[in-house]
Design a protein around this ligand. Structure first.
Ligand SMILES: [Zn+2]
Ligand SMILES: [Zn+2]
Length: 424
C-alpha cells in the first residue's frame, strides 16, 4: 500500500492525500491553497494528471482548502461528498451564479455515516465516513480499509463544538483499531490561541444582545454551530435573527437535516432548527423598520453588504450599532497577503464598537486543540504511527510533545510493515 501526501504536510489547507493499493487509487480531498499561502497553486493540467485513472475522490467537507480544486477533475471520475454538504454547496454555487461548477456537482455521489463504500468496486480499498464537529456543516472523518490495515483520515475536526461530545464514542465504538492516523494538526502552531466552546460563544453573544439592540455579525454562512449559537442568543433575548434569502436557503437545509436526524433517532433537539429567522426583503418597508427598531436584531452579513449595512446604521441610529466579528483575525489585518479589504472596510463602519473574535469571546477555532489531538491518538492507539497534515512546518520537538510515544511519519519516504508513505 502507498499513502501519498501530495500537499498539506507543511501547510494549513490545500490538502490532497492519495491511497494506492495495486491498481486501485483513492484520493481524500483536493483542496486549494488558503489566501496568503506562499505555495504555487496546482494548475488544471496538473490536477487532471494527478487524478487520472483514480477510482474515487472523497471530500471530507465543503471548505475550499479541501474541495477547491474539484472543478478541475473530469466528471468521469467518481467523487463523493456528504449529502448535506452537497446541498449547501449547490446553494452557494447558485448564489454565486457558477452554473458550470453546479452542473459538475450534480454528478457527485453522496456517502452516509457508517456505510462502507468499496472504492472503484475492486474490493481493494473501502471508505467509511463518520460525522465530526467542525466549523462547516456536514463534516466527516474517513476510515479507510486496505490490505488488512485501517487508516483513519480525520479531515478537519474538533471537540469543542456542539457535536464534539460524539468524538470519543465514535472512535471507540466505530473506528476501533487503527494502523495509521492521518490527522489534522492545525493548532500545533497556534497553541497561544484561546480555545473556547461554541456554547461559551452562545452565552457571550446572548450577553451582548441583552445590552445592545442593533447588532451585525460577520460569520461563515455554513458554520452551523456558530449560527445555531447566534440563533439561540436571539431567541433568549427576543431579538430578530435577520438573514438574506441565500442564508435562508442554507438554513432550510440545516433544519431539514436536523429534523431527519431527530426522527431517525427519536430525539427532540431543536438546536439546529432555523425556522424562526427574519428574511430581509426590503429594509425600507415601514413595517420592517418598525419591527426591527422595536425588537432589535442580530443581522448576519457578508463582506459585500457594505452599502446595506451603512444604510441600516442610519435607519437604526437611535442606539449605536455593534459588529460581532466572528471570523479569523487574519482577514482583518492590514497589508498582509491574506488581508481581506472588504472586511477591513466594513469593520471601519463600526470603529470602537466591534466585539472582536477570540479576544471578545465571539470566535473559536474549527480545529482540535493539542489536548484533543493527543487524546484522539491515545484512544485509537495507532499501531504504525501518525501522519500529521493541515499544519505549519513544525519542528520535530513540537510534534513529539503532542504525539509521543507514537511514530510520526515526517520523512519524504517512509517504509513500514508493507506501507510506503510519501510526503511532499
Ligand atoms: Zn481545512
Ligand atoms: Zn475546514
Amino acid at each position: 500500500m502507498e499513502i501519498r501526501i501530495h500537499r498539506g504536510a507543511n501547510q494549513i489547507g490545500g490538502c490532497i492525500t492519495e491511497i494506492k493499493s495495486g491498481n486501485c487509487r483513492v484520493f481524500i480531498d483536493l483542496g486549494s491553497n488558503l489566501p496568503g499561502s506562499e505555495g504555487q497553486e496546482f494548475s488544471e493540467e496538473e490536477i487532471i494528471n494527478m487524478t487520472s485513472g483514480a477510482d474515487a475522490i472523497f471530500y471530507t467537507h465543503i471548505h475550499g482548502d479541501h474541495i477547491g480544486l474539484r472543478k478541475y477533475v473530469p466528471s468521469s471520475i467518481l467523487q463523493y461528498i456528504g449529502s448535506g454538504a452537497k446541498k449547501v454547496l449547490a446553494c452557494q454555487l447558485e448564489a454565486l451564479k457558477k452554473f458550470d461548477e453546479l452542473e459538475k456537482l450534480e454528478s457527485f455521489k453522496t456517502y452516509e455515516v457508517g456505510k462502507k463504500i468499496d472504492a472503484g468496486g475492486k474490493g481493494r480499498i473501502s471508505v467509511t465516513p463518520y460525522t465530526v464537529s467542525h466549523s462547516a456543516f456536514d463534516s466527516y472523518m474517513l476510515k479507510i480499509e486496505c490490505e488488512g490495515k485501517v487508516i483513519l483520515h480525520t479531515g478537519d475536526f474538533r471537540k469543542h463544538g456542539y457535536l464534539g461530545k460524539g468524538l470519543s464514542p465514535t472512535l471507540e465504538k466505530h473506528v476501533g483499531q487503527v494502523d495509521i492516523i492521518i490527522t489534522e494538526a492545525t493548532m500545533l502552531g497556534r497553541k497561544s490561541e484561546k480555545v473556547i466552546s461554541e456554547n461559551d460563544i452562545q452565552e457571550n453573544v446572548s450577553h451582548y444582545l441583552h445590552n445592545h439592540k442593533y447588532v451585525f455579525a460577520l460569520c461563515s454562512s455554513t458554520d452551523i454551530d456558530r449560527l445555531a449559537g447566534f440563533k439561540e442568543a436571539c431567541r433568549k433575548n427576543g431579538r430578530n435573527l435577520v438573514v438574506s434569502r441565500y442564508q435562508e436557503d442554507v438554513f432550510k437545509i440545516f433544519t431539514e437535516y436536523a429534523k431527519d436526524y431527530n426522527r431517525k433517532f427519536n430525539k427532540n433537539n431543536e438546536l439546529y432548527y432555523f425556522e424562526k429567522c427574519f428574511v430581509l426583503y426590503n429594509i425600507y418597508a415601514r413595517s420592517v423598520i418598525g419591527k426591527l427598531g422595536r425588537e432589535g436584531f442580530l443581522m448576519l452579513i457578508t463582506p459585500s453588504m457594505f452599502n446595506l449595512v451603512k444604510h441600516m446604521k442610519l435607519i437604526f441610529s437611535k442606539q449605536p450599532s455593534y459588529l460581532i466579528y466572528s471570523m479569523w483575525h487574519g482577514y482583518a489585518e492590514e497589508g498582509k497577503s491574506y488581508s481581506n479589504t472588504k472586511i477591513i472596510e466594513l469593520r471601519k463602519l463600526f470603529e470602537g464598537n466591534i466585539l472582536d473574535g477570540v479576544k471578545d469571546g465571539v470566535h473559536t477555532s474549527g480545529h482540535a486543540d493539542v489536548e484533543t489531538l493527543a487524546e484522539v491518538c491515545r484512544i485509537i492507539n495507532p499501531r504504525l504511527g501518525i501522519i500529521p497534515i493541515h499544519k505549519d512546518n513544525n519542528d520535530d520537538i513540537e510534534l513529539h510533545k503532542v504525539f509521543a510515544p507514537y511514530k510520526i511519519f515526517t520523512e519524504a519516504i517512509n517504509v513500514l510493515d508493507g506501507v510506503t508513505v510519501y510526503i511532499s
